[in-house]
Design a protein around this ligand. Sequence first.
Ligand code: NOJ
Length: 749
Amino acid sequence: MKLLLFASVVSLVILAPSAVFTQAAGGRNPALSPAIERSVDSILAGLTLQEKIGQLVQYTGGWSTGPTGRSINDEQRAFIKEGKTGSLLNVIGSSVTRELQKIAVEESRAKIPLLFGLDVIHGFKTTFPIPLAEAATWDADAVELSARVSAAEAASSGVHWTFAPMVDIARDPRWGRIAEGSGEDPYLGSVMAAARVRGFQGRDLSNPTSIMACAKHYAAYGGAEGGRDYNTVEVSEQTLRDVYLPPFKAALDAGAGTFMASFNEINGVPSSGSRFLLTTILRDEWGFDGFVVSDWNSIGELIPHGYAATPAHAAELAINAGLDMDMESRCFRDNLQSLIEQGKVRTATLDVAVRRILRMKFRLGLFTDPYRASTPEREAKTLRSAANVEAARNVARKAIVLLKNEGHLLPLSRTVKTIAVIGPLAENHRDPVGTWAGPTDTNNVVTLLDGIREAAPASRVLFSPGCAIDGGDTAGIAAAVAIARQADVVLLAVGESEDMSGEACSRSSLELPGRQADLARAVQATGKPTVLVLMNGRPLALSWEAANLPAILETWFLGHETGHAIADVLFGAYAPTGRLPASFPRVTGQVPVYYNHKNTGRPSDDSVHYTSRYLDVPSTPLYPFGFGLTYTSFSYGDLVVASPRVRATDSVSVRVTLKNTGTKEGEEVVQFYVRDEVGSLTRPVRELKAFRRVRLKPGQSTPVTMTIPATDLAFTGVDMRRRVEPGMFSLFVGPNAAEGLVGRFEVIE
Ligand code: NOJ
């Protein structure tokens, strides 16, 4: 029996430069500011019961991002004046937010400023790539920049708070909200979560260009059975802690001011009524001092869950569990007073929630300047500024993943005579913005066709949509084939519409929708060299396309700069650097297929019958997690484990030689995985622990050292404590989750 080494402080310090985030000592936030706490106390002491409850109430004042909702109306204006509203969502623009704020700070008795929240998910007026695409950059700086630009734009329009980042781990691409997160991996997800929080909140939350972040959806919302949105989650506490929670912890450690409780239940308890999640883990273990908002009506939904009998019961369960602000359900508004009078909710519990909300209003600087310097002039200067649009183009091109490039078809020459641009996504302004694009103007989308015409002015560019994204009409395919025949190269832009992923947009099939596969087959039959340009919000199942088309670019939904970014990559102005943040299945029936799975007692071996596999499809994914090509090639050699025997308090260090073996300069994302070979609980076959970008000229080679603290090898044991167990570990350094050089090291006591 092994002796167990307990890691009392689980360090997330990663020494590889691509992933810099730190955990405050003891897992607690920086000390509370005594000045703010004193101010909060003095305001709280002067509030009536109604005013306290009001701080916990949030309404939509603009459009609806849930089943109900209405724009700001006289009733809501009256509520603001009477101190019955602490926050509004979906109201944007400096003029209207100033007008409403004025009511709160000048006409209400307590004069507490309102908090304006919005889903600023991947841009505001400048639309960046969807979050899944941004995760494909494997570039924390790029993702931080995207969030920073989005924050500055939203803040200029009077927004104080974004319901982002979404940090849900998604192992099932049928789940439409995979588009809004960072994919399947807890480590990559943690790096991205921290980067986004840093970007939104900046160094100082009170800076008027910063907005407050909200880590959502707490927790395990991505674990929905069958990938169907809002569905039940059954997950062991170990998997919850080791897979689903790390990105939330990373967001908290980066300073996220708020969390959002998720819609789903976990093991029978809906998150919005879960004291275990909202208090035991979030407050007692992690020391979070911000506040928790419900999801849209998620308190009211405790009733259909079968967890609460009435709205009053739902309010009682939610606030006693540790939920502070009620988005849209009215359960707090209508019931908290009587619950307090009946003694079912303690005044102290209410006070704690109000205190948390006021604390964050102070940290945002709302008591100093309730308008946070938002003006129409500032909006005009900030929104879609040239620098912001340039940033969107840079991030967009980094998000593109080259999946196949047979015979070096790419990059294309700018002197190619005739280019046929085919497909329903080629001249499309609506879909490339992707899900949750908020106040975007789709007229600002540079389409693929625009981008190609601009990048190759000397070429003859022909266009035909071929078919629609969905539906059964094949009438346009003949015209598409006709232009393909005249071309030297075909760019085939197919995929999904923006409303096929995102909230309530799960799909049971991951193949190309509609007749697009027929279009692809017809174009391929012309024999013309064809580049498949995919636009979609999730991993797709593309077995035929991968086998039959020579080049494939996964471009996701890239936002406003779609056409520029894709043209940059197609013509080689930018060599692709993106890597998959989630595995691509071969067929839908293979999901969930994710790299950090367990081994089973009969590990899959397609040549052996009695093993864990499907009869009709290979066990491997079509493209593994971390995969992505570029216009040159790399080799890995000379793996040396610098630390063959380490203690749990030491670092694990490995060195390889990376060489650019191709003819072009390029960037590799070197990935470092480990496997705990034998554990007191079974461990995944691989876990990503660090990655690092390395740029090399043709023929150049360099040593690359990857170092992690051994405490990163910890996992949650049977007793729910995190530990590093002594024993042998494998490590892998390579270009993706399925390849790499292998070494071993031992953790000793
Ligand atoms: C419901 C979504 O689940 C959540 O992500 C979003 O922030 C809210 N609606 C508000 O729009």
